[in-house]
Write a protein that binds this ligand. Structure first.
Ligand code: ADP
Length: 294
């Protein structure tokens, strides 16, 4: 999870710097997109997708000439609307897979396709418009709660934002803030709990309404009531979208359409919870010996 949040945090920092310098969020995003697209020869046109994601023999190393590839010959296909749980020990390559889907990095070998189109033909910003992230660390910028949710889709109306917040189970806590939706969030979102930040991230994702979702389930403790609210909002959000989840909760894993078990950058097992238990191999060992699934 560490590496994944790094590029995003860089964006968040740029964003904060720019926000203080320039008025008008739209302009900020134009500049950010230009930054992102600088090295990107592909066209960034908007396109409608179903959300099928295919990896074909994808290999990748962070450093050139590394002895061992970080991801080695990974192949799988996620059908539109499926939930794909990524599990495996720390350092197995789960976050790196997400980094490749989002084109924070490009594969050294093999291809990644969305609805049959190689993602290297899709501009980074156009690609990411099809995706929403709910990460362990949600970045909030200085501005109102409303602005922070609007980040999901800049042309959203206030009514649409409140609707998204309701769907995300964020409305009750927002209502209790001193100025409700107009409460100013201080730098780095202090005063907002970890769980509440996740609810805001879910609201953003609801508003963005993309076909592909990328989740990194929280490992840190969140109070039970907030946790229940998060789970309920997430299942609402995931409905009808292709979801990749770095899964830590057994419940999520058990209900996934496919579990991809990674070890040392390779897929060592793939299947549903029941299929993998029946095989009595690595996943079974992880479950029965109560290894942490991450
Ligand atoms: P996981 O998410 O399963 O814990 P990661 O995808 O984060 O695993 O990491 C896979 C491997 O790649 C690890 O050995 C990790 O140290 C390495 N790695 C991750 N990010 C970088 C990076 N930016 N540069 C070099 N190596 C990295």
């Amino acid at each position: 999870a560490r590496q994944f949040t790094r590029p995003l945090n860089d964006l968040a920092n740029q964003f904060n710097t720019l926000l203080s310098a320039i008025a008008g969020a739209e302009r900020v995003f134009d500049i950010l997109d230009e930054e992102i697209e600088k090295d990107d020869q592909s066209n960034g046109e908007y396109f409608d997708i179903q959300g099928e994601v295919t990896f074909e023999n994808v290999s990748f190393a962070y450093e050139e000439g590394e002895d061992q590839q970080t991801i080695h010959s990974v192949s799988f296909q996620a059908l539109p609307g499926e939930v794909i749980a990524l599990v495996g020990p720390t350092g197995a390559g789960k976050t790196t897979l997400i980094n490749l889907i989002t084109r924070f990095y490009d594969p050294d070998e093999g291809r990644i396709l969305i609805d049959g189109v190689n993602i290297d033909k899709i501009g980074r910003s156009a690609l990411r418009k099809q995706m929403a992230f709910v990460l362990q660390d949600t970045f909030l910028f200085q501005g109102t709660v409303m602005d922070n949710i609007r980040y999901g889709r800049l042309d959203a109306t206030d009514e649409e934002i409140i609707e998204a917040a309701k769907l995300a189970n964020a409305d009750p806590f927002i209502q209790k803030l001193p100025d409700g939706y107009h409460t100013q969030i201080k730098h780095d979102g202090n005063g907002i709990s970890h769980g509440q930040k996740q609810l805001l991230a879910i609201a953003r994702a609801m508003l963005a309404n993309p076909m592909i979702l990328l989740l990194d389930e929280a490992t840190s403790s969140i109070d039970t009531i907030t946790e229940l609210r998060i789970q309920e909002a997430l299942s609402r959000l995931m409905k009808g979208r292709t979801t990749f989840v770095i899964a830590h909760r057994l419940n999520t894993i058990q209900h996934a359409d496919q579990i991809i078990v990674l070890k040392d950058g390779e897929i060592i097992e793939k299947g549903t919870h029941h299929e993998l238990l029946e095989k009595q191999e690595f996943y079974y060992e992880m479950q029965t010996q109560h290894y942490a699934v991450n």
